[in-house]
Design a protein around this ligand. Structure first.
Ligand code: ZN
Length: 501
């Protein structure tokens, strides 16, 4: 058995190395690569991706997984070896159930759809993407049908990024959340809006970057195993547990852009850097689902980084960096500015309270598209109707409406949006548990100390990598299933202090 396990690990390490090499190329493409490198880079990444897929779907891996089943069953569920075999088997089944010819068609479609969208969005031309979106939905259904036995056609697609989550459960949770959020947004936006003009002054790039780096160093981001570079759309990437990188983007007339994207990506990176070194190079060495991953970026960005105790400590430091811009701005004014809530059209610019409404609109619409209850040609109107109903705003065109996110035009439709809102819900769930175990965390945040919080997260979440599904992890950490209550408590408490609710 030991020999077979070793063989499995050796094969998985090769797959891991190919995928990590692709990640380096991707990081370079998004940071330093000159435009002339684009065509060859696309081909190079496709070649590595194909080799990794071939190696991973090799029937020899399936045979090893079968032979290792008795060994796996003799071990405790949460042991490294049993978890490695179990998690690899699930990934292997997913990777082998989709015929390679269908996969190739989807890749080709994705590239064409993306290019069409990139041109159609600035031109406000929904008609141009309509046939691609129709095709994308057809492909999504065909991919889902490779996994028969689902309850809802979106379930297999959701399972790719949030394993174990089901459309019906999500629909129930999101309906509960929407019921709470819509009146909350109405109450907040009926009040005097916060003045955030203090954030829109001239803030030199180098000083902004240095300030963000100082904070994430205090968070515990390990620069011996990471670095930060600039990009267009900030992301976190990992080449090994010894090299977990983040990126940010700076706007010199908007202080919140670089600052909060840095804190967000650092949250993702703290998760990856916190995984036990013994798991490096295996399929267990990564966050467990898009929802849990997003819970950590949101926790460090919002629950910590937009909290009052946090700024009681950091605001005087920020004022010292920008005395001309912020010297006469009070902590209270600044705190209100970074927590401004408003009805808006663009998801990625939305605040903590309205953000989930943007996500849930997309989630419901893609379910309706997949179910065949909504035709693609009627999508722009359905979009506008839901924005008016939930957020009370209507985009003047499709550019800031149905064309705004790349997700539906980058391949499959379904399974990509729920993780953002799951992340918000889970961020409060986990944070509340950490505070319950260590009530001193709030005071520590007020002193710029994050060790107790980080250690709790490492112990309870990070160290396990992807051993447990999101549901298993939530059960282990909280003793119960996913619930929106801590998140609602958090929003009501925080925004009840800022606005008359
Ligand atoms: Zn994120």
């Amino acid at each position: 058995m030991e020999k077979k396990l070793q063989e499995l690990k050796t094969r998985l390490l090769e797959v891991n190395d190919l995928n990590s090499a692709t990640a380096v190329l991707q990081w370079d493409q998004s940071t330093y690569m000159p435009p002339g490198g684009a065509a060859a880079r696309g081909r190079q990444m496709a070649t590595l991706g194909r080799l990794a897929h071939e190696k991973f779907t090799d029937p020899a891996i399936g045979k090893l997984l079968d032979e290792l089943r008795p060994y796996e069953e003799s071990l405790p569920y949460d042991s490294d070896d049993a978890s490695l075999i179990r998690v690899t088997r699930r990934a292997y089944e997913k990777a082998t159930k989709v015929p390679p010819t269908l996969l190739a068609e989807v890749y080709a479609h994705s590239a064409a759809a993306y290019q069409t969208w990139a041109k159609a969005r600035p031109e406000n031309d929904f008609a141009a993407v309509q046939p691609y979106l129709e095709k994308g939905i057809e492909y999504s259904r065909r991919i889902a049908d490779c996994f028969p036995g689902y309850d809802h056609i979106a379930d297999p697609l959701i399972d790719f990024s949030d394993e174990g989550m089901k459309a019906e459960t999500l629909r129930r949770i999101f309906t509960e959340l929407r019921r709470e959020l819509v009146p909350l947004v109405q109450a907040i936006t009926a009040a005097e809006p916060a003045d955030d003009s203090c954030l829109h002054q001239y803030f030199p790039e180098d000083k902004q970057l240095a300030f963000g780096l100082e904070i994430i160093k205090d968070y515990g981001y390990d620069f011996n195993r990471g670095r930060q570079d600039k990009t267009h759309h900030p992301f976190m990437t990992k080449f090994s547990l010894g090299d977990v990188r983040i990126t940010t983007r700076v706007k010199e007339n908007d202080l919140s852009e670089a600052l909060f994207s840095t804190l967000h990506e650092a949250g993702h990176a703290l998760y990856e850097q916190g995984i036990r070194m013994e798991l490096d190079g295996t399929p267990l060495a990564g966050g467990t689902s898009s929802g849990v991953h997003e819970s950590q970026s949101r926790l460090w960005e919002n629950l910590v980084g937009r909290s009052r105790p946090f700024w009681q400590h950091y605001y005087p430091k920020l004022q010292a960096v920008f005395p001309n811009q912020l010297g006469n701005v009070s902590l209270d004014t600044f705190y209100r500015a970074i927590n401004k809530v408003q009805r808006s059209l663009i998801r990625t610019d939305a605040d903590e309270v309205t953000y989930n409404l943007h996500v849930m609109i997309r989630f419901d619409l893609e379910l309706a598209l997949l179910e065949g209850k909504l035709a693609v040609k009627d999508l722009p109107d359905a979009w506008h109707a839901r924005y008016e109903e939930d957020l009370g705003v209507r985009a003047p065109d499709d550019r800031d409406g149905v064309l705004q996110d790349v997700h539906w035009y980058g391949g499959l439709v379904g399974g990509a949006f729920q993780g953002y809102t799951l992340g918000n819900i889970m961020s409060a769930l986990f944070f509340e548990k950490a505070l319950e175990a260590h009530p001193e965390i709030s005071d520590e945040i007020g002193r710029g100390e994050f060790g107790t919080l980080l250690r709790w997260l490492q112990e309870n979440i990070y160290q396990h990598g992807s051993k447990f599904t999101a549901d298993e992890l939530i059960e282990r950490v909280t003793g119960g299933p996913l619930t929106i209550e801590p998140y609602i408590r958090y929003l009501r408490h925080k925004f009840g202090e800022l606005y008359p609710l």
